[in-house]
Ligand binder design. Structure first.
Ligand code: PMP
Length: 392
């Protein structure tokens, strides 16, 4: 590895994440490369949650006592932080949910249930996460509408000719698509796809789970009608997430979709996560991730028998999915774990994609703002060790 100019002080960032200081096994440091599944949390987020429970725990929007007012203020301030972070037009369009899956289900069970009927078409893609397939399949079984899938080309991008043809030839009411693939890393052309959908009168939902943690996102520029993401993948707490709506079509936002006592600590924690990411700068985080992903792809492609999936680093998120001839992905993950390296193995809740790649499973290393080039080197060394053990 050569010396590099880094866009921010990664050692200082790492020092903020308590879990990265611990050993994975005795004498073996943790190398966390499973960020697409969930990210680690800095002390600033942990402290914000701790502070809420210790100093001003109370229900929001109800009480007129001091604690309730403080909790409401912090919870609503976090909503404004999120609004700014993704450049939503209005804080009323920013609805707290518990994560991407809940966000998609909320759209399916409200707008979808009221508007989709037999004879309509919903367009998904072959690379979708199950979270963006199952809610539509369940509703289609009940309502009788048709689901069509945009295929994935061999280079890991969507077949835009088929997308165009579907919009032209079918009565498409909704396009629901991921911004960034959690397996291939493909960054889909959302603004373009939304415009084409709108041209035929269809609405657009975007699964931003793998985008908001990693790229500067401007929901107004993308112009989707629904946009959802999870807090836990962007250094925030589990049980936090956001659905943004194009408010023009809805009344009484956001509270009409936030019944009951919400996840107050989680919302406040998400606000702290947004502060942390903003203080570094999403453009700098993206710069680092692009560099580390390019380095990882280069080094992985040196390993004999290794196949990489998805586009090149400049067109993809911080994800490297691969298979290694002669070793099952689960065995790779287990051998890497023994070396202190956490990766994911399986179909990553994207079975249609693995069917289309014609493989049962991949191993996936996914990077974030705290990962280092030295950690990529350790991954490569561990893969050579695994190959030796399996004599492949
Ligand atoms: N969509 C994508 C692209 C994802 O990567 C994930 C998480 N693996 C989800 C949806 C589901 O997110 P959550 O479990 O936070 O609801």
């Amino acid at each position: 590895m050569t010396d590099r100019t880094l866009p921010y002080n990664i050692e200082a960032v790492r020092a903020d994440f308590p879990i990265l200081q611990q050993e994975h096994h005795a004498g073996v440091p943790l190398i966390y490369l499973d960020n697409a599944a969930s990210s680690q949390k800095p002390r600033q987020v942990i402290d914000a949650i701790d502070d809420y429970y210790r100093r001003y725990n109370a229900n929001v929007h109800r009480g007129i006592h001091k604690l309730s007012e403080a909790a409401t203020a912090a919870y609503e301030e976090a909503r404004i932080k999120v609004k700014k972070f993704i450049n939503a037009a209005n804080k009323r369009e920013v609805i707290y949910v518990r994560g991407t899956t809940e966000g998609i289900n909320l759209v399916a069970q409200t707008w979808g249930r009221a508007n989709l009927k037999s004879g309509d078409t919903v367009v998904l893609t072959q690379m979708e996460h199950h979270s963006n397939i199952v809610p539509w399949q369940m509703l289609a079984a009940e309502k009788g509408f048709t689901i069509r899938y945009v295929p994935v080309l061999p280079d890991g991008t969507l077949d835009m000719d088929v997308y165009d043809a579907l919009l032209r030839d079918e009565p498409v009411k909704l396009v629901s698509v991921m911004y960034v693939s959690n397996v291939l890393g493909t960054v889909n052309p959302i603004a373009h796809m939304a415009k084409l959908a709108h041209d035929v009168g269809a609405l657009m939902l975007v699964d931003g789970a793998q985008a908001v943690p990693h790229l500067p996102v401007d929901v107004q520029a993308l112009d989707a009608d629904f946009f959802t993401f999870s807090g836990h993948k962007m250094i925030g707490p589990t049980g936090s997430g956001i659905l943004t709506l194009d408010g023009s079509t809805w009344n009484e936002l956001p509270y009409k979709f936030e019944a009951g006592t919400p996840s107050i600590a989680e919302g406040i924690g998400l606000g702290a996560a947004v502060d942390y990411l903003t203080s570094i700068g999403m453009d700098k985080i993206r710069m680092h991730e692009e560099a580390i992903t390019a380095y990882a792809l280069d080094r992985l492609s040196e390993v004999p028998g290794l196949t990489l999936y998805g586009p090149d680093a400049d067109q993809k998120g911080a994800v490297a999915a691969f298979s290694l001839k002669g070793i099952h992905a689960h065995d790779i993950a287990q051998l890497l774990d023994a070396e202190g390296i956490a990766v994911r193995a399986g179909h990553h809740c994207a079975m249609p994609l693995h069917d289309c790649l014609n493989i049962p499973a991949t191993a996936r290393a996914s990077f974030y703002l705290y990962n280092t080039f030295a950690e990529v080197d350790a991954l490569i060394d561990a893969l050579y060790k695994a190959k030796k053990k399996f004599s492949v």
